[in-house]
Design a protein around this ligand. Sequence first.
Ligand code: ADP
Ligand code: ZN
Length: 530
Amino acid sequence: GGTHTVDAETEALQTLHRVFGYESFRGAQGEVIDHVVAGGDAVVLMPTGGGKSLCYQIPALVRPGTGVVVSPLIALMQDQVDALRALGVRAGFINSTQDFDERRTVEAELIAGELDLLYLAPERLRVEATLDLLARAKISVFAIDEAHCVAQWGHDFRPDYLALSLLGERWPDVPRIALTATATDATHREITQRLGMPDARHFVASFDRPNIQYRIVPKNDPKKQLLTFLKEEHDGDAGIVYCLSRASVEKTAQYLSDNGVQAVPYHAGLDAGTRAVNQSRFLREDSLVVVATIAFGMGIDKPDVRFVAHLDLPKSVEGYYQETGRAGRDGLASTAWMAYGLQDVVQQRKLIQGGEGDEAFRRRAAAHLDAMLALCETASCRRAQLLGYFGQEATAENCGNCDTCLTPPQTWDGTVAAQKVLSTVVRLQRERGQKFGAGQIIDILLGRRTAKIIQFDHDALSVFGIGEDLSEPQWRGVVRQLLALGLLAVEGEYGTLVLTEASGQVLGGQREVRMRTEPEKTVRAAARSA
Ligand code: ADP
Ligand code: ZN
């Protein structure tokens, strides 16, 4: 009843002050905690650094019993547990890095009711012994961290997460809270469905990071461009430079050091000692630049990172958002800077084509890449584009704090080109009941009699060959930009193109579509890679 809620809320606040030493809850924290403490299920979408941990740690402390946290980040568990213990919280973990005795100790503590929080790797829950162990303990709450790992179409899918729906079946009276920083609308729905949480309350925080300035520049001499950026705008600031390969990490760190920037490398190929030293220097010092592969940054909580630079294209918007999100956690002005060029596209496409995984996996990777490319190519606000990807709306059309808002790029009137693409999609669907990917749509527009065109009799369509005024790369640019603007959507496993609600405005001539002019070089390179 009401009194219970009021008491719980008070206790939650007291715990925030007493244990964590914080003044007040941030954003939706208070509401989430109140809901879970009262026994409700919750799905929480909060950006990195938003403060998700407290959302389950406080309910675990307030409710009787042990809070069980399922997390795939095994490497961070020791640190998380140490940090909690330093605050006087009784925490432990069970994962594959432990020896038998260590695990036995934690298990005994759990059964004796001596743990406030227990961190578990998801694969543990596939083992019947673990479930039996949990059955012998009193559980206060289940927290499912990095909940997007349950989404099969996501970039971090972990099969072990699929088994987590059994938590709700076995412990129907224990509240569950699923948390993630990376969720599109589709992922969000998948989390709810696959974890079996139809009655969960949803808390969706804004993903906007207004103090981060987003900039994506054409790549020509990346190391030199980076150096100029650092010298001109972030001299003496702490920051992270992301590169795709270990070799380019090493080379870039060396180059920066040779040019008077304090920089150290970080990648999985370095020995553990060097990595630990470089990481702790970064955390302690005010002006160190870490040049790293994406192995660096998970769980790193440094508030005054002033810039995050990308010398290579991230594989997904989720990745880009997570990596750039490490800048400016203190709320002060920061920059997310990226150099992006034709080689990125060529390289990533090749990686996807030649990479591991089945056809469906490749298609997914390609869809993630396309979304990332759309962000690079947008002629409108990068922030709006980024938020749109996560299913959120920007507060203003012009954010005033991204490159495209600050210096609008060259554009052309792509309305007619857009109409040609959209009407091809419409015709296929209306006249034939078919959906196709970008490749077939473009072949139709270009009037190419490929085997697949003949097979489906697509040369009989009235739109066949109406797009011969543009080249294939230009059409790809058009399609990508339509996807970027939300005027076209990608659907399902096959990445087929479908209309969106907004498409009609373009088809009906009520909406003009400005497109970013493709730099010459990009167009030529894309043609070569085709
Ligand atoms: P996330 O898991 O969402 O990335 P964390 O839970 O690690 O974020 O929190 C990010 C940082 O913000 C941490 O340093 C945490 O201690 C701090 N923090 C979280 N909630 C609060 C709060 N209510 N008041 C002050 N600091 C907070
Ligand atoms: Zn903007």
